[in-house]
Design a protein around this ligand. Structure first.
Ligand code: CU
Length: 715
């Protein structure tokens, strides 16, 4: 066991002999917490009830009594020769003695030394036990996140003056086994999931990305407005070229006009499912009043589906002919990058679960606690519950909402929900946190799949030796959801009420579908357009080049208030809707596909005006409640359903609008909004952005071109 090896390593470092009785006491004091758990569970062992002077466990007493017995019988076995410390006139002198001396020692004042050593050993044992969470990172590979890693700073200064927060992130390829199964991953600073960014509204975030991976990459800051810094949005093919292997790029942007729970992820191909994900929390000066339930602790909980193969291989398989949009099905799921699979169930995988752990959360009893859930997965919608704890939803995608109570949370990829729970349940000290993938929405079976991942919420206890037990908590009686639509958010009301504009300047009717075209290739479509990422020629670069050279294809449309731009863009591959000035735009989406799609608009939050199944009612626009609809950045359009959104197009830039199922976006389900184009026309692009497109290998890791299959319909 690595824990034991580590302990022995420490013993050897101290130059101690593990056969030595004193050393064994120390060794036992350094037992891993699992061993400690087993020992605590073993009624044969009693740490508290011993009558021994040293308060030793029976096995230790047995060891010493055996040694004494050997002495009494006159054994002269050399194997019991011990090193002891003996006081002499010149001070402490170290010399070998016969065991007899140990026995003598018990009758003399040196017994005090042994008592002291034993007390020290017990102290180390208790300390190791109490700090078991903190010690975990040193045990398990890239699983550098102990359960408290995403615990937000309890002493956070919400009113600190605006500041610059600098980070350096080295992106590398690693072999990692989050749940036991080894797979290649891309990680940030050796950590999975990635480091927490925690800032105040008004701060400037500066992240220097050093790409030491084989493939190119980019980082998108999900939900961040990037007002005035569109080129820092990190969207390959839209706002930047990828950061090539061996290259550096520094993202710098101010977060303003927004607070709450966000995240970041790779936005090159589908590589976010290889590990490039992490949380980003923005605190508002008014956070304590915007959150209507006071809470004692605040933390992020990341859930995600988890694949055992690299996204590059999965996307090739998904996009090839005759696959009919059958998305890759995950093998499992993770909570904060953690789960434990039984390696016996996965005979075809390289698996070692000795360092794998279930996510654990230690919460003070009798208090409220905020859990900020983020679904960073590629495909799966999750249903989440903490057994026997009703909770209040208090935030949705960065919008604080009035508390609304539920038993289960349903969360689509890229969405965030904060919930507040009260640790006032008295049926136990530990409860399962269950996160279930809604498998009904998967296209195929995956025989390797474990559809649920469980974490453990523990009430902290004054008696630490008793808390390490498995929960025996009960599930809710309600049946599990089978649909991957949004949970019903129609009753959620933002704390800061902002009425939606009474009418829109224009209504976009978007038909969302997957269609099988030439060579049996299934692709995602907004109307007649299916996106292919121009990785070496991002939209923003072309726009600024076109405006600055007075290219008429770009400048001619600036006189229009709104509409599709077919002068500058080939709309079959790049659907760009453009506005000038400040406009209000409605997006009415109709889904002709049997799967739901979590749609995400970069650079904005929109009002979710209405959602439903089938077709929208004829009077949909006259029956809207515009007083204070939910504002968010990722909303689902359900299978064969519709969704109506409204947003104020006032943030200059080119913004992707796409399905956040990674596979669907790569299959073409992405379009763009060029808003305040008149302002964009005055921009110059930073040299660093332009430079990315000139670097060798910047297109490494991009999705496959359709053309590779032309002529090979069954390849
Ligand atoms: Cu989709």
């Amino acid at each position: 066991m690595p824990d034991e090896e580590a302990s022995q390593g420490r013993l050897h470092d101290e130059g101690l002999d593990s056969n030595d009785a004193t050393s064994r006491l120390k060794h036992d004091a350094l037992l891993s917490h699992e061993d400690a758990e087993q020992q605590l569970d073993d009624p044969a062992l009693n740490y508290n009830g011993s009558s021994s002077l040293l308060n030793l466990a029976p096995e230790h007493e047995a060891l010493l009594s055996q040694e004494n017995e050997d002495y009494d019988h006159g054994s002269d076995s050399e194997s019991f020769e011990l090193e002891t410390f003996h006081a002499t006139g010149e001070g402490w002198e170290k010399r070998p003695q016969k065991l007899r001396l140990l026995n003598n020692c018990f009758r003399s004042k040196c017994s005090k030394v042994i008592v002291a050593v034993a007390a020290f050993a017990l102290a180390i044992f208790v300390a190791a036990f109490l700090l078991r969470d903190e010690l975990r990172p040193f045990i398990g590979g890239h699983q550098l996140d102990p359960p408290q890693a995403y615990l937000l700073d309890p002493n956070w200064d919400f009113t600190a003056p605006s500041t610059r927060r600098d980070y350096t992130w080295v992106i590398e390829d690693v072999e990692h086994n989050p749940d036991g199964v080894y797979r290649p991953m891309m990680v940030i600073n050796g950590q999975f999931p990635g480091p927490l960014i925690e800032v105040n509204e008004g701060d400037t975030i500066v992240v220097q990305v050093v790409n030491k991976a084989t493939n190119a990459t980019s980082i998108h800051w999900h939900g961040i407005y990037q007002n005035g810094s569109n080129w820092m949005d990190g969207t390959v093919g839209v706002t930047q070229c990828p950061i090539g292997p061996g290259a550096n790029f520094t993202y710098e942007f101010r977060v303003d006009g927004q607070s709450g729970t966000y995240w970041y992820h790779g936005h090159h191909g589908v590589q976010s499912s290889d590990g490039l994900v992490g949380p980003l929390v923005i605190h508002s000066e008014d956070e304590k009043s915007l959150q209507r339930i006071e809470y004692a602790s605040d933390r992020v909980v990341i859930v995600q589906d988890h694949y055992y193969d690299l996204s590059g291989a999965l996307i090739m398989d998904y996009l090839k002919p005759d696959r009919e949009n059958a998305e890759p099905v995950p093998a499992g799921a993770l909570i904060n990058g953690q789960n434990v699979r039984n390696c016996d169930d996965l005979p075809n995988r390289k698996c070692d679960n000795s360092t794998a752990r279930l996510a654990e959360f230690n919460l003070e009893p009798g208090k409220n606690h905020r859990l900020r859930f983020i679904n960073v997965g590629a495909l799966a919608t999750f249903q989440i519950q903490l057994d026997e704890h009703e909770f209040a939803i208090t935030e949705v995608d960065g919008t604080d909402v009035l508390p609304q109570y539920h038993h289960r949370l349903k969360i689509q990829p890229a969405q965030r929900y904060s919930i507040v729970i009260n640790t006032n349940v008295t049926t136990g000290e530990a409860y399962w946190l269950r996160a279930r993938m809604v498998t009904h929405c998967f296209a195929e079976e995956n025989i390797e799949m474990a559809a649920e991942v469980w974490g453990i919420v523990r009430y902290t206890s004054s008696s630490p030796l008793l808390v390490n037990v498995r929960p025996s908590s009960r599930d809710w009686p309600e049946t599990i959801e089978l649909d991957c639509n949004d949970m019903d958010t129609s009753g959620l009301r933002p704390v800061i009420a902002i009425p939606a504009p009474a009418t829109a300047d224009d209504v976009l009717y978007l038909r969302v579908n997957f269609e099988i075209g030439a060579w049996k290739l299934s692709r995602g479509f907004f109307n007649a357009s299916s996106w292919r990422a121009p990785v070496s020629s991002p939209t923003l670069n072309r726009l600024i080049e076109g405006y600055s050279t007075s290219n008429e294809s770009f400048t001619s449309s600036l006189s229009s208030h709104f509409g599709y731009n077919s002068a500058a863009f080939a709309t079959l591959r790049e659907l760009v809707y453009q506005t000038t000035g400040i406009r209000t735009i409605d997006i009415l989406m109709q889904n002709f596909n049997e799967g739901s799609h979590p749609m995400h608009l970069h650079g904005y939050k929109f009002w979710v005006l209405a959602q439903g199944h089938g077709y929208p009612p004829k009077d949909v626009f006259s029956t809207l409640d515009l007083t204070n609809p939910l504002r968010r950045d990722t909303v689902a359009i359900e299978a064969f359903g519709w969704t109506l959104l409204r947003f104020t197009a006032d943030n200059a830039g080119i913004w992707a609008f796409h399905c956040h199922l990674s596979w669907h976006a790569e299959a073409g389900l992405l379009m763009q909004f060029l808003t305040k184009a008149d302002e964009v026309a005055r921009w110059t692009l930073p040299a660093e952005n332009i430079g990315l497109c000139e670097l060798e290998g910047h297109d490494r890791g991009k999705g496959p071109d359709d053309e590779i299959w032309y002529g090979h319909p069954s390849r």
